[in-house]
Design a protein around this ligand. Structure first.
Ligand code: SF4
Length: 368
């Protein structure tokens, strides 16, 4: 049996955050019912093709999965449990602080990890991001989650108003020491077509420059380290033993099945995704009916790129075995040139801590 993750995409959000370019729409009750029905169909139809897989992680992401009624979430999970061979180690739900009323019920349906979209504990930052919650809503959601769950993560965005906006988190030592086990911290990217981009263009929002963003990341990295959150991927920090098992699959090139509109999969060596259109999805254009979109894969390049995002780094022995090469010999000239940025030890190639932020360009120089 091949250990495999399942990702479920819930594309509904109460309102659009200013920086978000994800595909999402407002939650209309009839539409949610129809969507859950089609999700069930996609999950069941796929199960026939994956008898050799054992599901060990589930991730309910979005959008805002916590918008769904507990009954709908229970239905989705029980369809997985009854149609796949399951030995679940981790089942995560993303929770928005303003739709966190069901936190006390998630454990009963098999969820054992909560990821809360905090983004910031500074009201000024939340307003720039047009989040639908206040710092207090986020704190209450975290405290409430801690009554029922041990494995709690929070998402933060770095570098919105100044390079130290994460500091508001560390003004709450109880949250950092006793509640949070995992933090995902992303540097703000101002995506095309977003309201924040428009504001920046007309001068209503002044984005940080590259040096300030680098400072924001370094500042956060240092604070996380001092509080025993170690970096296991460029944007992900965890207390020992609380790394996200599902997300590790993305970086380790392990298989996962994605269900829902625009959900991505990597399974049996192939990458594919459902189209970014709710209408098409509801008409049955998805992986269950064989109407997914296949992407070209270059497994060798992807393996190196994704592994070098992680603190563990690239497993050279495994790479050599999977791709029938002698990596250290074939790449010797490039590795020599880049030796100041790299560490090779215990059979792994890693990027040195201080160069993690420019990991992309170092990886590109190894590969191309
Ligand atoms: S809640 Fe998340 S997915 Fe929804 S609009 Fe905001 S950032 Fe985008």
């Amino acid at each position: 049996m091949i250990d495999t993750g399942i990702y479920i995409h819930i594309p509904f959000c109460f309102r659009k955050c200013s920086y978000c370019d994800f595909y999402s729409m407002p939650p209309i009750p009839g539409l949610i019912n129809e969507y859950v029905g089609e999700l069930k169909r996609e999950i069941i139809l796929n199960s026939q093709k994956h008898r050799d897989k054992r599901i060990d992680t589930i991730y309910l992401g979005g959008g805002t999965p916590s918008i769904l009624d507990i009954k709908d979430l229970e239905t989705i999970l029980s369809v997985i449990y009854s149609n796949y061979s399951c030995q679940i180690k981790e089942a995560t739900i993303e929770v928005n602080p303003c739709s966190s009323k069901n936190i006390d019920k998630y454990k009963d349906i098999g969820i054992n990890r909560i990821s809360i979209g905090v983004q910031s504990l500074d009201d000024k930052v939340l307003k720039v991001l047009a989040r639908s919650h206040t710092p207090n809503d986020a704190l209450q959601a975290l405290e409430n989650a801690s009554k029922y769950f041990d494995n709690i993560s929070a998402d933060f965005i770095l570098g919105v108003t100044d390079s130290s906006d994460i500091n508001t988190l560390f003004e709450k030592p109880y949250i950092v020491k006793n509640i949070l086990k995992h933090i995902s911290a992303y540097i703000l990217k101002i995506e095309k077509g977003t309201p924040l981009r428009k504001k920046a263009q007309i001068g209503e929002y002044k984005p940080l420059d590259d040096d300030e963003l680098a400072k924001a990341y370094q500042n956060a990295y240092q604070a996380f380290q001092e509080n025993e959150f170690y970096r296991y991927e460029i944007s992900n920090f965890a207390k020992k033993g609380y790394e996200c098992l599902h997300n590790l699959k993305y970086w380790n090139m392990s298989p996962y099945l994605g269900f829902g509109v625009n959900a991505h999969s990597f399974v049996d060596g192939k990458r594919y995704h459902n189209k970014k259109s709710l209408n098409n999805y509801l008409k049955g254009e998805h992986s269950g009916t064989g109407k997914q979109v296949y992407q070209r894969t270059d497994e060798f390049t992807e393996t190196i790129m994704l592994a070098l995002r992680t603190a563990q780094g690239l497993d050279i022995k495994k790479l050599n075995k999977n791709f029938q090469i002698d990596f250290l010999t074939e790449y010797k000239p490039k590795l020599e040139k880049l030796k100041d940025y790299l560490i090779i030890s215990d059979g792994f190639l890693r990027i040195k801590d201080e160069f993690f932020l420019v990991q992309n360009s170092i990886t590109a120089r190894i590969l191309y």
